[in-house]
Every structure is written in structure tokens, then in C-alpha cells.
Design a protein around this ligand. Structure first.
Ligand code: FAD
Length: 467
């Protein structure tokens, strides 16, 4: 094992959107930085098995669905075929291109990268196991080892029929039928992708509703709209059994104490949440405090061991790429001696890129009430927005949650066309502490789907123009 003579200002373990962004920030701040990654390429879950490949497939699914409805737009095709090998090749090309871009950024920012599994051996030392074992010494350490798919007791992956987000991205053909276990963002996105490719999809969720982190009305609307797209949804479900027999998945599920039913499909996707990758990286040796596997951190992302920081999916905040990146930037600014404000986790936008899309920022109606606000809400349907009708996507709505006295906007919850882009406006509105009246006076271009936000602000005063 080679021991580096250099002592880095900071070493980062893990190169996902938490780790690689933190490393770039450190370099920009003039720190000498090392980045350790055990996978062959930088980029983490987000780039290789998460955000990017799924959204690439979602675009194929959307185009295929649009092509099937070509007649509605006066476009007539003789044959419409889906060549899944080309679909997969495009996704792989996008991932490869972005991985090369990330690699280039590491070089451009003079970040020294080490390939291999990093383990903390002391608060200032990481041993890297790999083809060229090394010992990396640094004044500060940032752990960004991310998360992996969680399994339920009794579930065993076989990589052929019972899959996680990793294996499903490697399928060579579209399965005839798919059981999706878990109706969070990951499960719903895959359900939406494959059902549009023609797969018969059943989603099973333990909780009473799908997308349980979203506002109740959005969950209810999405359930209705997915059912319209022939996705079967079973909530309040309890898994009795999940096995593979004769190459088919057999799931035994009971609903709210009722009789058990058996669901038979070609494939099953397990999407019941993500567990932090914190085992076997030396946390116990250093005495880094954890709760239920997540690393405990203060408002600067520093762990219970001074000089050791943790960011991203391994800390108990929203498991999202943009959260990981912002936590990484915050940690590095603090390490470089800058004064920082703690992150406001209420202001994190959340998106599910299914069809129709779902996006939200700020407080759900129920959360606002639990925090003691006197609440008023409004809802404006995309059915009354011209651009949505042009797009042929006029389902869904914009919902605003405001406090009653000044009508300050506390939450924005949307389901409909391009809402994952519109949510940036919600972040600005809530972050700048605007009231519904301010929003109603902002001139929104016509025809755009963003007019739905302005109309929802008018609707708080019962004065929507087009509804
Ligand atoms: P990760 O991205 O998980 O990266 C951790 C890295 O650390 C990995 O490269 C891993 O190999 C490496 N590593 C682990 N242990 C070690 C070790 N001991 N030594 C060296 N390296 C190590 N979020 C969004 O915001 N938008 C989305 O659209 C979205 N879509 C998603 C879709 C799916 C299917 C999934 C599964 C997730 C999605 N997410 C999305 C979540 C997002 O991917 C994660 O929140 C994000 O990747 C977390 O970043 P991270 O840096 O904490 O960890």
C-alpha cells in the first residue's frame, strides 16, 4: 500500500452528486482535495442508476406514447415499433457522456481521484482498497457514500426476476408484466415508464396512499390518473410472500386484513426506500454517531467526530441529488472558514417525473396546519390553461397553501404538464416570502403552463380569471 506524502486539506469518500460537487466546491475555495470512489466511474447513484437513466427512459416513454396518439395531432404513421435495444443504447450513451463530463470536471478542478473502497482508519486517514491500495491523509474528511435499495424481510433479489433500480435499468426487453413494490417516487417513475412501453403494471404500497410525501390531494389525483392509464394500484397492502416459480414472480398480498391474493408477473421491482451506505466504512472505529443507520450531523454537516463531515443520502434529510449537492457545498464553505446559513429543508423542491408529472415545494396543507398556521388553499386546474390544452395534457392542477392573514405562500403542490420545471417558481415565491397577492401581480407569459401559478394566486381571493 502506498502512503501518500501529501496531506490533503480535505478528502471526500464517494463521488455522487454530494461528493463530486463538494470536491469541486473545495477546489474553487482553494483547498487541496482528494476524491475516493469505489465504482469504476464517478457520478454515483444519480448518474449511473438514478436520476439520469430514469429520466432518459421517461423521455423515450413519452415520445412513444405521443407517437401512438399521432392521429390526434394529424400525424399518421404506418407502423410504430419500439426497439428497446435502441432505447437502452440511448440511455447508456447519455450516462456515458455525462460521466465523461464529470470526470473532466474533476481534472479541470485539479481534484486527485482514487479508485477503490475507502475506509476511515482515523479522523485524518482513509485507507483505499483497490487495484492500487493507498492511504490518503487529510485534515478534514467528508463522507458521501450514498444509499442503496432497501429490501423487506423475506425478499430476496435474484437479479433476473426480482430487481432493484439497478438491474431493471439493464433489462434487454420490455417485460409483459411488472409488479412494483413501493409507491414512492422511484416506484411510480418506473411504473410510468414501463406502462407507457406497454407493460401491464401493478403497484403495491403498504401505506394508504401513493407518493405519501406529497399533499393528499395530489396523491389522490395521481392515483386516479394512473388508474386511467391502466396501472393497477393496491394500497394498504401487506406482503405475505414474494417468490420466483418457473421464471415468474409470485406475490401474495393481503389488503387491510382481507383475504390474501396472488399476483403473478414476469418481473418485480423492489422500490421500498433507500438505506444509507454506512456499514464497513470505519464509522464505529472512529465513534461517528448514527441513528437508524443514518449519520448524525450538525447544521454544518459535521458529525460527532470533529473534522469528519457527512452529506447526502447517508444523513437523515431528503434523499435527493440537489440536497446532497447543497449539503456538500455548505460543508466545504464551512471547512474553508466561510460563514454559512443552515439549509432550509422546507424549501427543497421534490419532483416525480411520471405522467402526469408531480412537483411540490414548501409545506403540505396538513403540515401547515400541524405547525399551527391558520390555512387557506386554492386549486387551479390545468384544464382551464390554454397551453395545457395545446399540449394535449390538461389534467391536474396547481394548489397553493397560504396562511390566512397575509396569504403568505407556504406551499405549492402541482400535478400536470411540466410542473417539475414550474416548481422553481414556487421555490422562489416561498423562499422570498411572497404573498399570493404579489404572485397574482407577476406577469406570466401567455400561453404558458406557468399561468396556472398566477391563476392559483388569484384563486386564493376567489378571483381566478379563467375558472
Ligand atoms: P450517491 O449518488 O449514492 O453516491 C455515493 C457514491 O459513493 C457512489 O458512487 C458509491 O459507489 C460511492 N461509495 C460508497 N461507499 C464507498 C466507499 N466506501 N468508498 C468509496 N466510494 C464509495 N434524486 C433527485 O434529486 N432527482 C431524481 O430525479 C432522482 N431520481 C432517482 C431515481 C432512482 C431510480 C433512484 C434510486 C434515486 C433517484 N434520486 C433522485 C435520488 C438520488 O439519486 C440520490 O439522492 C443521490 O444520488 C444521492 O447522492 P449522494 O452523493 O449522497 O450518493
Amino acid at each position: 500500500m502506498s502512503t501518500e506524502s501529501v496531506v490533503y486539506d480535505v478528502a471526500v469518500i464517494g463521488s455522487g452528486p454530494g461528493g463530486y460537487v463538494a470536491a469541486i466546491k473545495a477546489s474553487q475555495l482553494g483547498l487541496k482535495v482528494a476524491l475516493i470512489e469505489k465504482y469504476a466511474k464517478v457520478g454515483g447513484t444519480c448518474l449511473h442508476w438514478g436520476c439520469i437513466p430514469t429520466k432518459a427512459l421517461l423521455l423515450n416513454a413519452e415520445l412513444y406514447e405521443k407517437a401512438l396518439h399521432g392521429k390526434e395531432f394529424g400525424i399518421l404513421y404506418k407502423d410504430i415499433n419500439l426497439d428497446f435495444r435502441l432505447v437502452k443504447a440511448r440511455k447508456d450513451k447519455i450516462v456515458k457522456k455525462l460521466a465523461m463530463g464529470t470526470d473532466f470536471l474533476m481534472k479541470k478542478n485539479k481534484i486527485t481521484t482514487f479508485s477503490g473502497k475507502g475506509t476511515l482508519t482515523s479522523p485524518g486517514t482513509i485507507s483505499v482498497a483497490g487495484e492500487s491500495p493507498a492511504e490518503v491523509r487529510a485534515k478534514k474528511i467528508v463522507i458521501a457514500t450514498g444509499s442503496e435499495a432497501k429490501l423487506l424481510p423475506g425478499m430476496e433479489l435474484d437479479g433476473q426476476c426480482i430487481l432493484t433500480n439497478k438491474e431493471i435499468l439493464d433489462l434487454d426487453s420490455v417485460p409483459k408484466s411488472l409488479l412494483v413494490v413501493g409507491a414512492g417516487a422511484v416506484g411510480i417513475e418506473f411504473a410510468s415508464i414501463f406502462s407507457r412501453f406497454g407493460t401491464d403494471v401493478t403497484v403495491v404500497e403498504m401505506l394508504p396512499r401513493i407518493l405519501p410525501v406529497e399533499d393528499q390531494e395530489v396523491s389522490d389525483e395521481l392515483r386516479k390518473l394512473l388508474a386511467k392509464r391502466r396501472i393497477k394500484i393496491i394500497t394498504d397492502a401487506r406482503f405475505e410472500n414474494l417468490t420466483v416459480q418457473d421464471g415468474k414472480v409470485q406475490a401474495t398480498v393481503s389488503v387491510a386484513g382481507g383475504p390474501a391474493q396472488t399476483i403473478t408477473t414476469d418481473k418485480a421491482l423492489i422500490a421500498v426506500g433507500r438505506k444509507p451506505v454506512t456499514e464497513g466504512i470505519g464509522l464505529e472505529r472512529l465513534g461517528v454517531a448514527t441513528t437508524k443507520g443514518f449519520i448524525t450531523v450538525d447544521e454544518h454537516m459535521e458529525t460527532s467526530v470533529p473534522g469528519v463531515f457527512a452529506i447526502g443520502d447517508i444523513v437523515p434529510t431528503q434523499q435527493l441529488a440537489h440536497v446532497a449537492s447543497h449539503e456538500g457545498i455548505l460543508a466545504m464553505r464551512h471547512i474553508a472558514g466561510e460563514s454559512t446559513e443552515p439549509l432550509n429543508y422546507d424549501l427543497v423542491p421534490g419532483c416525480t417525473y411520471c405522467s402526469p408529472e408531480v412537483a411540490s415545494v414548501g409545506l403540505r396543507e396538513s403540515a401547515a396546519r400541524e405547525r399551527g398556521y391558520d390555512v387557506v388553499t386554492s386549486k387551479f386546474p390545468f384544464a382551464a390553461i390554454g397551453k395545457a390544452t395545446i399540449l394535449g395534457e390538461n389534467e391536474g392542477f396547481v394548489k397553493l397553501v397560504c396562511e390566512k392573514k397575509y396569504k403568505q405562500v407556504l406551499g405549492m403542490h402541482m400535478i400536470g404538464p411540466h410542473v417539475t420545471e414550474l416548481v422553481a417558481e414556487g421555490t422562489a415565491i416561498i423562499g422570498l416570502e411572497a404573498c399570493a397577492e404579489d404572485v397574482s401581480h407577476l406577469i406570466h407569459a401567455h400561453p404558458t403552463v406557468s399561468e396556472g401559478i398566477m391563476e392559483a394566486a388569484h384563486a386564493i381571493y376567489g378571483a381566478a380569471i379563467h375558472f
